[in-house]
Design a protein around this ligand. Structure first.
Ligand SMILES: Cc1cc2nc3c(=O)[nH]c(=O)nc-3n(C[C@H](O)[C@H](O)[C@H](O)COP(=O)(O)OP(=O)(O)OC[C@H]3O[C@@H](n4cnc5c(N)ncnc54)[C@H](O)[C@@H]3O)c2cc1C
Length: 208
């Protein structure tokens, strides 16, 4: 359902017109809509993503209210022992003030220590989780010991307008690196499936 044609037909229904194929005038129309922020024609389409990410990334993601989510449940299913360990080059320091932080690489020794500390906590947390579940504690309660680096998975269905809002905010310098990588992957789907919309977004929509 994610096509540039859906944008054009949503806009042209005002004049009771419908196209089967895009032409240059339609590309101009999409650019016009984006430039003038007539955004509702970008809502008549849908992308469905199946995401697997750490819980701390999902928490940021779920703040995007315009869209639909269904997530893996640690009440109904046993938690997995999958946890996020950053690559050494992604272990970073945080310098500056909120809103204008810069993130600098740390020395290789600290990067490795951080990864080891994370692994140690994850292993300990997961062993505690398993022990509690084995002893009969409900999964919905035992999960309290699991850190936000644990992986979760969910479906996210979203229209192009809301997706572009997500990309503007989350595939940006100011976004956390981990969610930014996911946003960048989502952006490739918009580019592939709605290339004219994507070009207009890059030109006019990204700055918001
Ligand atoms: C870099 C960064 C830092 C952040 N830091 C924090 C933080 O410290 N604390 C925190 O709580 N959040 C934080 N957020 C989350 C942020 O406040 C938003 O909740 C999140 O980015 C979702 O954006 P959104 O509301 O535009 O998206 P959506 O919820 O998808 O909404 C899309 C658009 O719909 C409209 N809309 C949706 N709901 C309403 C409504 N109730 N009333 C009016 N209009 C509505 C708005 O135009 C909105 O832009 C941060 C986000 C970013 C990108």
């Amino acid at each position: 359902m994610a096509t540039d044609l859906s944008v054009v037909n949503a806009a042209r229904v005002s004049f009771a017109r419908r196209k089967e194929e895009l032409d240059d005038a339609d590309a101009g129309l999409i650019r016009f809509l984006m430039r003038e922020e007539h955004m509702t024609p970008f809502e008549h389409n849908a992308f469905r993503f199946h995401i697997r990410c750490p819980i701390f990334v999902a928490r940021e993601w779920f703040r995007h209210r315009i869209g639909s989510f269904n997530e893996f449940s640690m009440r109904y299913a046993r938690a997995t022992d999958d946890f996020y360990v950053p690559e050494p080059e992604d272990v970073r320091s945080q310098v500056g003030k909120p809103g204008s932080y810069s993130f600098e690489p740390v020395d290789p020794e600290l990067a490795e220590t951080t990864r080891e500390e994370l692994r140690r906590v994850y292993e300990d947390a997961y062993a505690t989780y398993e022990r509690l579940v084995e002893q009969g504690v409900a999964r919905e309660l035992a999960r309290s010991v699991l850190p936000v680096g644990a992986y979760t998975e969910f479906y996210w269905t979203v229209n192009a307008r809301s997706l572009m809002n997500f990309l503007r905010l989350r595939n940006a310098e100011t976004a956390q690196r981990e969610i930014r990588r996911y946003a960048d992957a989502c952006e490739r789907f918009l580019e592939e499936l709605m290339p004219i919309t994507y070009a207009a977004f890059a030109e006019y929509g990204r700055s918001g």
